[in-house]
Write a protein that binds this ligand. Structure first.
Ligand SMILES: Cc1cc2nc3c(=O)[nH]c(=O)nc-3n(C[C@H](O)[C@H](O)[C@H](O)COP(=O)(O)O)c2cc1C
Ligand code: SF4
Length: 504
């Protein structure tokens, strides 16, 4: 009988030798079921073999391990890389997977797999209840944008639906430029139909007939997976003139990003799709009133659109019951940096930073003590262990001088130089600035120079005061959050690690 094995085709698996494992499996006569990643990256390349007692997991697998694994499976014998049933692994068991429920179990090219595993139920329900009731559900669920700002999705949807316009657009922001983040990529590579379904629900709700998915050029596997899934969806009537046989029309197109961090800012992204240089637009007008090609446009992160099918399937109350304060539902948190168990951890808001990095992440991979954790990408604050009781919640992070952003958590051990990290934040801003406003374009360069002086001159109180002053100006005077949020990493480094800001 042919042996079947699930092998992740996710970028993480490929980067760690997944293609060689695939070759070895094929040469051994194994039928490969291509899937996305389960998100336990320290176990990639990760293989699940079908046995009489269900799927048995192994990882991390090298091509040279394949023969031994198949032998062990044949003889029902133990194997050093055996992980048993992966659903019983503590890293997965502790999660509440809604958005990532199917990732790693279905063939991302198969709409049939998607539907068999509960897909399309949300869209079917959405078509039944109609635009206004869909928007009410999204608003009542408490869903907030997962791209960074945490703005209520339902308000955006209402804004676009109410805006006058013969044509309306959806734009999915898959630029995912934050350090330590990969959830958008993992979802597009592992469960692309979920994003398509989420966008189709938003289209029905707002009256949009065309959507663009803007994917960063560094994600070739995700670009291919999304293009393939869109073609299948069109072929099977999920997209096109009559979505699932309804009166609603909606189609999707993938656009490849232009390789700059600021192209993830929503108005720069619109400029980029329109064929111009990615430069930030002044607001107002808001994109829901005048966005892509001057038409009402809803822009969301991948994870925001991908949350809609769950809300429409299980109801706003189910989603709203999860979470903390005004942060409702689940957040796919991405653990990275010097961490033992790096990977995707989807959980209701409310888990503390300490639980995430110590209990779930297992501390550092190096075995050294943790000194700082940066949350929310390159513009996020650094948290010392003294703040590890902070719950994952938009307002709680703001209260501690930080932000959640897109849910990236990057761990640094005790060898990190925090003055260097502060300088890096200014340098990053200088390199990535779109150049439109002075506080960001010039301020970031002056910030680098000031930190250089602080590290050279013994009595640096005046330069420290200047740096804080500069951060104030950038915070209040920048046109967008690139220049406006750089003070988060800089000031948190100064406030929590002042001992590093000395001449050496
Ligand atoms: C410099 C900069 C970069 C950004 N990069 C991204 C990004 O890569 N992905 C993303 O979803 N949002 C990014 N954002 C936020 C977007 O401007 C926008 O708020 C978001 O796409 C809205 O989606 P949401 O409602 O799902 O949060 C960025 C913002 C700034 C200022
Ligand atoms: S803050 Fe920076 S990136 Fe944003 S508009 Fe100003 S110059 Fe451009």
């Amino acid at each position: 009988m042919t042996v079947r094995a699930r092998l992740s085709h996710d970028t993480a698996s490929v980067a760690l030798g997944g293609k060689a494992v695939a070759r070895a499996l094929r040469e051994a006569g194994v039928e490969i079921v291509p899937v996305g990643s389960r998100g336990l990256f320290w176990l990639e390349p990760f293989v699940e073999v079908r046995t009489a007692s269900g799927w048995q997991a192994f990882g991390p697998v090298a091509a040279t391990d394949v023969a031994g694994i198949l032998e062990a499976v044949r003889n029902a014998a133990p194997h050093a890389l055996s992980l048993g049933r992966i659903e019983d692994h503590p890293f997965l068991k502790a999660q509440t997977r809604l958005t990532f429920a199917r990732c790693g179990t279905v063939d991302p090219a198969s709409l049939q797999d998607y539907e068999t595993e509960g897909g399309l139920a949300g869209l079917k329900h959405a078509i039944e209840i109609g635009p206004k009731a869909i928007r009410d559900e999204i608003l009542a669920s408490g869903l907030r944008g997962r791209g960074g700002a945490g703005f209520p999705a339902g308000i955006k949807w209402n804004g676009a639906a109410d805006a006058p316009g013969d044509v309306k657009y959806l734009v999915c922001n898959a630029d995912e430029g934050d350090s330590g983040t990969y959830a958008d990529r993992m979802l597009m590579e592992g469960d692309p139909f979920l994003l398509i379904e989420g966008m189709a629900i938003a289209a029905v709700a707002t009256g949009a007939t065309k959507g663009y998915i803007y994917i960063r050029s560094e994600y070739p596997i995700a670009i291919a997976a999304m293009r393939r899934a869109i073609a299948v969806a069109r072929d099977k009537g999920l997209l096109g003139a009559s979505v699932l046989g309804s009166a609603f029309a909606f189609d999707l197109e993938v656009r490849v990003g232009a390789g700059s961090y600021v192209c993830g800012e929503e108005t720069a992204l619109l400029e980029s799709i329109e064929g111009r240089r990615g430069q930030v637009r002044a607001k107002p007008p808001l994109p829901v009133h005048s966005g892509l090609f001057g038409k009402p446009t809803v822009i969301h992160n991948v994870l925001t659109f991908a949350a809609a099918p769950t809300i429409l399937t299980k109801g706003a109350g189910f989603y709203r019951d999860l979470g903390l304060g005004r942060s409702r539902g689940t957040m796919p948190i991405q653990l990275a940096g010097d961490i033992k168990h790096g990977g995707l951890f989807e959980t209701p808001f409310g888990i503390t930073l300490g639980e995430l990095v110590n209990d779930i992440g297992g501390g550092t991979a190096s075995g050294r003590p943790i000194r700082a954790v940066q949350v929310g990408g390159p513009l996020g604050a650094y948290f010392p262990p003294a703040l590890f009781d902070t719950p994952f919640d938009y307002e709680a992070f703001t209260a501690k001088g930080g932000l959640i952003g897109h849910g990236g958590v990057v761990v640094f051990n005790d060898t990190v130089d925090m003055a260097h990290q502060a300088r890096f934040a200014m340098e990053f801003c200088a390199v990535e600035s779109c150049g439109k406003c002075t506080p960001c374009r010039i301020g970031s360069v002056r910030g680098m120079e000031t930190i250089d002086k602080i590290l050279k001159e013994p009595a640096n109180a005046a330069q420290m005061a200047l740096l804080r002053d500069l951060c104030d100006t950038m915070k209040s005077g920048s046109l967008c959050a690139l220049g406006g949020f750089v003070p988060y990493p800089v000031l948190s480094a100064i406030d929590h690690f002042p001992e590093d800001f000395v001449a050496r």
